[in-house]
Each structure stands twice: as C-alpha cells, then as structure tokens.
Design a protein around this ligand. Structure first.
Ligand SMILES: [Zn+2]
Length: 159
C-alpha cells in the first residue's frame, strides 16, 4: 500500500549545462509529492503523516525553500533534484516515489526501481534521473529546445 504527502516550496535555480532560457536565473513554485510504501501497522498506519511531514521538512523543504538550489545541487534539473531528495530521505522513510512538479506540466518522477538500478550501477550516471516515463513524454513532445516551455508557468518568487 502507498501513502503520499505533498509540499510546496519556492526556489530559484539556473541550469548551467543547458542552452536556452533556463540557463538564466529564474524561480519556480515547486510541488513535491513523497510516497512511501508499506503495510498498515497495529494502529492501521503505514506512516504517521505528522512524522513524515517533519522528516521531509527537515531534510528537504527547509533546505530548499527560498534558496538558490544550485548552492546544493550544481545542475538542478527537476530530474536531478528528485535524486538528491531521494538520497536525503531514503534512510528515514520507506520511499516508493519522489515526484516533483517544476511547473504545472513539467514533472520528474523517481521510483524505487530507478533508485535500485542506480545503486547497482554504483553511482548516479550523468543524466540518470530521466525516467522512462519522462523520456517517453519528451519523445512524444519532440522536446529538445526550451526546457521551461511556458513562460506563464515560471513564477516570480514571492516574499
Ligand atoms: Zn527552471
């Protein structure tokens, strides 16, 4: 069984290895969904939502909210951000999936199977976090140009 908790945070980033609009500094309101797997315990719970919130807040949200993500993750694509989040959370939560919305329609998904595969390979290879789902979507879209395609989705950082 799976349970999820969602979070919103706001952060700035730029993509140094990308050529286009997104190599310049800009911000996003990120939406993050953390999903854990397990069987309900004697209390009928897989994971206490309150406990889950505390862990994700401490390990991820407080470290990224209203920051320049590049300070922690040198090439902060949505894909590589999910990988970083996974490594920060995997020792404290029975992770099944990390799903990050960079904009309403640009989403990166890292699953337990992806993480397992990367570990077997001994390291995170360059560009690893492009899951099959994202790759398929990119191919369907013929995506290869502007990364954050919709100017409307790139939001100005508030406060
Ligand atoms: Zn961006």
């Amino acid at each position: 069984m799976l349970v999820s908790k969602e979070f919103i945070f706001h952060a700035a980033h730029y993509l140094p290895q990308y050529h286009g609009k997104c190599e310049r500094l800009h911000g996003h309101s990120y939406r993050l969904r953390i999903t854990v797997a397990g069987e309900p315990d004697v209390e009928g719970m897989i994971c206490d939502f309150g406990e889950m919130k505390k862990i994700v807040k401490r390990q991820v949200i407080d470290r990224l909210d209203h920051t320049l993500v590049n300070d922690l993750i040198p090439n902060p694509t949505a894909e590589l951000m999910t990988w970083w989040m996974w490594t920060e959370l995997e020792h404290e939560l029975p992770l099944a999936e990390v799903r990050l919305w960079e904009t309403a329609d640009n989403i990166a998904v890292l699953t337990a199977a992806d993480a397992e595969k990367a570990k077997k390979m001994g390291a995170v290879p360059e560009g690893f976090a492009l899951t099959a789902e994202i790759q398929k979507w990119r191919n369907e879209q013929g995506w290869g140009c502007e990364r954050c395609q919709h100017a409307d989705d790139v939001q100005v950082l508030d406060d």
